[in-house]
Design a protein around this ligand. Structure first.
Ligand SMILES: Cc1cc2nc3c(=O)[nH]c(=O)nc-3n(C[C@H](O)[C@H](O)[C@H](O)COP(=O)(O)OP(=O)(O)OC[C@H]3O[C@@H](n4cnc5c(N)ncnc54)[C@H](O)[C@@H]3O)c2cc1C
Length: 318
């Protein structure tokens, strides 16, 4: 069976597109390359307070993402969410109707399905924190999901930039914080925390020493042959992030030098039936924020609804 819509990416733009597509009774799939939804808002700044949303004076990014997911993922939705999934290949299939193509999409989970339209909400790509170790441990964190989880704990923070210093400052009133950096110099205002935080420089992570179940109890840091065992309850790694692109093989969308998808004012891409919205796109008046992404998703979906239902005007605005 041919489904109406594939949404690629479940950042804020993809989540809102999902909700609006539900209102239009569209069927399909939303995929997310990461293990969880929310894009930058969830992985880059979950604890930040957002102030620029209409009708909401302030809300934490992680709460906003959770609300958006709850809104979209309801029992009446005909759209299925697949996390940890990306596109392996898109094959264009010619059709006799208004659409020039349907799209047979092969996914990384070895499933495949055919769609009448695609909405690309890939944002900046898959946002991945730079890791301390390859394995997952319960008490080695790359993002602070709940500040309170660090209260009254022995906390080790790795990093020398603004975010490492910010978190050292933020957590130190309620936790015993040690900041570890591989250089003497920091790339942020270290003087502001010197009295409240133990600072270990220039020390680099060498290895995990003791573990207990899924938790690390101590690590070894090293400096020119000098080694030191550091015990902790929680470890926060702030080495920054890398963006992993996921090329959409088979689609060949027109993009600019920065890999942004070029769209017109209906959010149509260079491939008929494929639309894009959010941080992924570029057009003359584009701004990269939440509201622009939502508006672009609505614009694209209005056009998609008109195409699928053979309408001349989009007449339902909510
Ligand atoms: C530190 C920071 C603070 C910010 N603060 C604000 C603010 O206060 N207010 C505001 O309006 N904006 C803010 N922004 C900007 C806002 O977060 C972005 O505009 C918004 O996240 C864009 O949403 P998006 O869904 O288009 O892209 P993203 O958030 O980048 O999400 C894209 C999603 O698609 C997934 N993906 C990518 N490629 C694929 C693929 N091929 N297959 C499957 N999944 C894929 C990614 O894993 C990701 O989850 C901030 C940004 C940052 C970095």
């Amino acid at each position: 069976m041919v489904k109406d819509l594939l949404i690629i990416g479940s950042g804020p733009t993809g989540l809102y597109a999902w909700k609006f597509a539900n209102n239009l009774s569209l069927s399909g799939t939303i995929i997310e390359a990461n293990y969880e939804v929310g894009g930058q808002a969830n992985l880059a700044y979950p604890e930040k307070t957002i102030h620029n949303l209409p009708g909401i004076s302030e809300i934490k990014a992680k709460d906003f993402v959770r609300n958006m997911l709850d809104d979209a993922n309801n029992d009446n939705s005909k759209i299925e969410l697949k996390t940890n999934t990306s596109v392996v290949e898109v094959i264009k299939v010619k059709t006799p109707d208004d659409f020039k193509f349907h799209f047979l999409v092969k996914f990384s989970d070895h499933c495949q399905a055919t769609y009448k339209s695609i909405l690309v909400c890939e944002g900046l790509g898959q946002y991945q924190s730079i890791r301390l170790v390859d394995d997952d441990w319960e008490n080695i964190h790359y993002v602070v999901k709940n500040k309170e989880d660090f209260n009254n704990k022995k906390v080790v923070i790795f990093g020398g930039g603004d975010s490492a210093i910010d978190w050292a400052k933020n957590l130190s009133p309620n936790a015993n914080v040690t900041l570890i950096h591989r250089r003497e110099e920091f790339r942020g205002p270290i003087d502001s925390i010197k009295d409240d935080v133990e600072i270990l420089t220039p020390f680099e992570f060498k290895e995990i020493r003791k573990t207990d179940g899924k938790k690390v109890k101590s690590i070894v840091v090293a400096n020119n042959g000098l080694e030191k065992e550091v015990k902790f309850d929680e470890c926060l790694v702030q080495f920054g992030a890398v963006i992993k692109p996921h090329p959409l093989k088979g689609l060949n969308l027109d993009r600019n030098d920065l890999n942004k998808i070029i769209v017109d004012l209906e959010m149509s891409t260079s491939v008929p039936g494929v639309f894009a919205a959010g941080d992924a796109v570029i057009y003359p008046t584009k701004k990269r924020n939440l509201i622009f992404g939502f508006q672009e998703a609505v614009t694209a979906l209005s056009k998609i609804e008109m195409m699928i239902n053979h309408k001349k005007i989009a007449n339902k605005g909510w």
